[in-house]
Structures are given as structure tokens and as C-alpha cells.
Design a protein around this ligand. Structure first.
Ligand code: NAD
Length: 457
């Protein structure tokens, strides 16, 4: 069996060497869960939910250890790692509280000769092919409702968050999820592609647009559900009607740099009304320069290393491209000369849409800030993208916000907030940002199939 290394991006040291799955081991895992799934579907819904309740408790009890592992393997500042696990627990609470309501049989017609009912049946065995940037959050969006719905799961964590994937597996087993219902598949893209060769009953992917398109085209011929949660190039517009420009600049900055900008819904481009542009830029830059960069295991650190070495080169190229086309680099934008993939957050002004930094997902600590003269110019620029994940506007004028946000072709819109996800609301991307939705009631129903009952005595 071949192996792969898990690298600590803060030190570039090897944290662990793990066995990599191959076609044969994946086939064995598939055979195992194929046997387990039908028995799991017969376990009463309340008992399946109780297993997840125990899993949630275990996350709470072991949060320090789990957050440490997460921080070690992806470079996330330790407090953000705790926040992620707590955030995942919030999402699990939503599923614990709402699954029975949305999975129970529904009587549609009770009168007359023909009674009509809808029941919700599991899909069977699903693949959960996942990203590394928020392994708990994007993981629980899928494997929790899938398991509650009676499915078996082949869970492939990203090769950059495999230790977290294994920790999740162990806690699920300890919580009562049978081994023949949940199996972890370890390795990189090639290993993930083997899952596409299996006759699974659904594919749920979180990751890049490039991989998403490969998966969608391969799964298309199987005629099974395929959901894709992909990247974005999310805009934020600051109008001239904001009460406290420093507060808005701080909120926007957090949207840019939280998790080192490695969030699917990170703020990736900012447009500012000309009347407040200078004040915004000054405040934003001052606050950016005050961010603390360093060892993610130390308390109080804002910015750790990037998770993947390759992303450094990509972002430095975007900055160079912008500068070549006339942008001004007014803060950061360089790698720290020390071990680890550390980069000082970059602020670019004088940007335009001929630059990659305003069009292609950066997925890192870099932002372009563009001046606009009115709402209509801002709207045109916000809409000038192949992506459709989120869009945000800051204004004290609710009517103005509504008018702007209604025009956004995105799955999520924000008024006076940004870079947030709620379990109560569907999480979905449009256009190059994805297909289908997780979370909310649609994210419970995404893992079951309706059966229509026509009943005559
Ligand atoms: P990625 O596409 O490189 O990898 C995602 C997963 O797919 C990994 O597990 C990887 O091993 C696997 N994979 C790669 N090639 C494959 C193939 N040919 N067949 C099957 N599996 C394959 O993405 P990433 O770097 O892990 O994640 C970053 C991207 O994810 C960003 O674009 C980000 O915006 C996006 N993302 C989106 C959301 C969302 O909810 N919309 C959430 C988190 C991340």
C-alpha cells in the first residue's frame, strides 16, 4: 500500500504518514457499506438521531484536542479552529432539531377514495468528497443529514485534512455509527476519482470549480444526485450611506482575511463609493497592517500560514499581474522569509476587471479595492463574474440594500454583514459556484428521495 505525508504548513515538517487508499481498498469499503446500509435504514430515525447527538457531545468534550489537530494540519489559528468546531456543533443542533419534522411521512390527501402520502427514503450509499478549508463545517453539511436520512457514507476528506477526517470517523464510531455505514477514504485527487467509478447513489462535493466540473460530467451518466459546493469571487459594496466607516472597514477586512482568506464565501473584491473611498481605504489598510501573523497555535494570532504551498505562488502571481496592469500595492503582499507558508495580507488599490485578482478566485489573503461613482456602476461590477456564491452591501438605507441585492445572481446575499453561513438558510452557489444546496430543510431533503403513495382500499 502506498503512503502520503501530512505536512504542517506552519513548520513544513511531516506531521504523519498515512496509508493511501487504492481501487482495491475502496472496493472493499464499498462492499462493506453496501451490506450495512439497508440495516441502517431500518434503524428508527430517533436512534439514528441519538447517535449524532452523542457525536455532538463528543465534539464538545474533545474540542481542545480536535482543534489542535486541525490547527496543526491546515494552519488555522487555534481560536478559529475552536470556532469552527463550535460552528459545526451549531449546524448539528439544527439537524438534531429539524430532521424528524422534514423526514416524517406527510399525508397530502386523507378524504375520498384515494388517500395520498409522501414518504422519504434514503438514497443508499453516497460519496462525500470534501475540502480542507473548513473540514468540520463542510463535512457536517453532508455526512450528518446523510446518516440521519439512513444512508451509508464513503467520506473522502481532503488530503490536506486527513487527520481531522480520521478523528471524525473515530468519534462517529464511538457514538454508535456502525463501521459498515461510514468509511473514510484517504488520499488525493486520483483516489477521489476512484469513487466516481463506483455505482454510488449520490455524489456530494465541496471544492474547486475545476474539480467540480470533472465530477459533474462523470456523474452525469449515472443519473444520480450530484451536488457541488464550489468557489466564489464574492463582492462587497460600501455605499456612501454608512454610519461608521471604521467599523465597516473592520468587518470587510475580517471577511477578507478570516481563515487566511481561505473561505468559499470570503470577501474577494471590494467596491467603495467615491464619497467614502479615501476614508475606507485608509482605515482598511491601517487595520490590515495591525493584524498579527504567526504560529497558529499561539493565542491571539489573526493570520497563520496558508494551507498549501502552491497557493502562495498563485497569489503572488495575481499581485504581480495587477501591478503590471497599474494597480498599487498599499500593504503586504509578500512571503515571510521563514519556514512555513506565511504571507502578509495584500491590499491593492487602483484595480480593474482586466486583472485576475478581480476575476479569479484568490482563496488567500489578498484584496482589490475599486472606487465606484454610483450604485449602478457598483452593481454592474458586482455582477461581472462567472461565480454566484454571495454578495454583500453595506448601507444604512434598507430600501437601497434590497434594491441592490435583488439584482445579484447569487445563492446568498448579505446586508451589513458578510462571510457568514446559517444552518437555517439554504447554502447554495449559482453558475460556477455550484449546484444544489445544503443546510436548511432543503439540506435535509437533499439526502432522501420522495416516494408518492396512492392508496385505495
Ligand atoms: P479541490 O477541488 O482541490 O479538492 C476537493 C476534494 O476533491 C479533495 O478531497 C480532493 O482530493 C478531491 N479531488 C480532487 N480531484 C478529484 C477528482 N478528479 N475526482 C474526485 N475527487 C477529486 O478543492 P480544495 O482545494 O480542497 O478546496 C478549495 C475550494 O473549495 C475553493 O475553491 C473553495 O472556494 C471551495 N469551497 C467551497 C465551499 C462551498 O460551500 N461553496 C466550501 C469550502 C470550500
Amino acid at each position: 500500500m502506498s503512503t502520503f505525508n501530512v505536512i504542517n504548513p506552519a513548520t513544513e515538517e511531516v506531521l504523519a504518514t498515512l496509508d493511501e487508499d487504492n481501487q482495491q481498498t475502496i472496493q472493499e469499503k464499498y462492499n462493506l457499506v453496501k451490506k450495512g446500509q439497508s440495516a441502517w435504514a431500518e434503524v428508527p430515525l430517533t436512534e439514528r438521531i441519538n447517535c449524532i447527538r452523542r457525536f455532538d457531545q463528543a465534539l464538545g468534550e474533545q474540542i481542545e484536542k480536535l482543534a489542535g489537530t486541525l490547527s496543526d494540519e491546515v494552519g488555522k489559528p487555534i481560536q478559529q479552529a475552536r470556532n469552527e468546531i463550535n460552528g459545526a456543533r451549531g449546524r448539528i443542533a439544527f439537524f438534531l432539531n429539524n430532521s424528524e419534522k422534514w423526514l416524517q411521512d406527510e399525508w397530502m390527501v386523507l378524504d375520498g377514495a384515494t388517500k395520498e402520502r409522501i414518504s422519504y427514503e434514503p438514497l443508499g450509499i453516497i460519496a462525500n468528497i470534501s475540502a480542507w478549508n473548513y473540514p468540520y463545517l463542510v463535512g457536517v453539511n453532508v455526512f450528518i443529514p446523510a446518516l440521519i436520512g439512513g444512508n451509508a457514507v464513503l467520506y473522502k476528506p481532503s488530503e490536506f485534512s486527513s487527520l481531522t477526517g480520521l478523528a471524525i470517523r473515530d468519534l462517529l464510531y464511538q457514538s454508535g455509527i456502525p463501521e459498515n455505514v461510514f468509511q473514510v477514504v484517504l488520499g488525493g485527487g486520483l483516489v477521489g476519482s476512484y469513487l466516481l467509478d463506483l455505482p454510488l447513489n449520490g455524489y456530494y462535493f465541496t471544492g474547486s470549480n475545476r474539480t467540480g466540473k470533472i465530477i459533474a460530467s462523470k456523474v452525469a451518466e449515472k443519473m444520480v444526485p450530484c451536488q457541488l459546493e464550489l468557489g466564489g469571487k464574492d463582492p462587497l459594496y460600501v455605499t456612501d450611506e454608512v454610519a461608521d466607516i471604521n467599523q465597516v472597514a473592520g468587518a470587510a477586512l475580517e471577511g477578507v482575511v478570516y481563515n487566511n482568506g481561505q473561505s468559499c464565501c470570503a470577501v474577494e473584491r471590494i467596491y467603495v463609493h467615491e464619497k467614502v473611498y479615501d476614508d475606507f481605504l485608509k482605515s482598511f489598510t491601517e487595520q490590515a497592517k495591525a493584524l498579527k501573523i504567526g504560529n497558529p497555535k499561539e493565542e491571539g494570532i489573526d493570520i497563520g500560514p496558508l494551507t498549501r504551498k502552491e497557493q502562495l505562488a498563485f497569489i503572488l502571481d495575481q499581485i504581480q499581474d495587477a501591478q503590471n496592469k497599474g494597480a498599487e500595492l498599499i500593504a503586504g503582499g509578500y512571503r515571510l522569509q521563514q519556514p512555513g507558508y506565511y504571507m502578509v495580507p495584500a491590499v491593492l488599490s487602483n484595480v480593474n476587471h482586466n486583472m485576475s485578482v478581480m476575476k479569479e478566485e484568490s482563496f488567500g489573503p489578498v484584496i482589490g479595492i475599486q472606487k465606484v461613482s454610483n450604485d449602478s456602476e457598483a452593481i454592474d461590477l458586482m455582477k461581472d463574474t462567472s461565480y454566484g456564491l454571495t454578495a454583500a452591501v453595506y448601507t444604512s438605507n434598507e430600501e437601497r440594500a434590497e434594491k441592490i441585492l435583488r439584482q445579484m445572481n447569487t445563492g446568498t446575499v448579505y446586508w451589513n454583514c458578510c462571510d457568514r453561513v446559517s444552518a437555517n438558510l439554504p447554502w447554495s452557489g449559482r453558475k460556477d459556484s455550484g449546484l444544489g444546496s445544503t443546510l436548511s430543510y432543503s439540506g435535509i431533503r437533499a439526502f432522501v428521495q420522495p416516494k408518492a403513495w396512492h392508496l385505495r382500499k
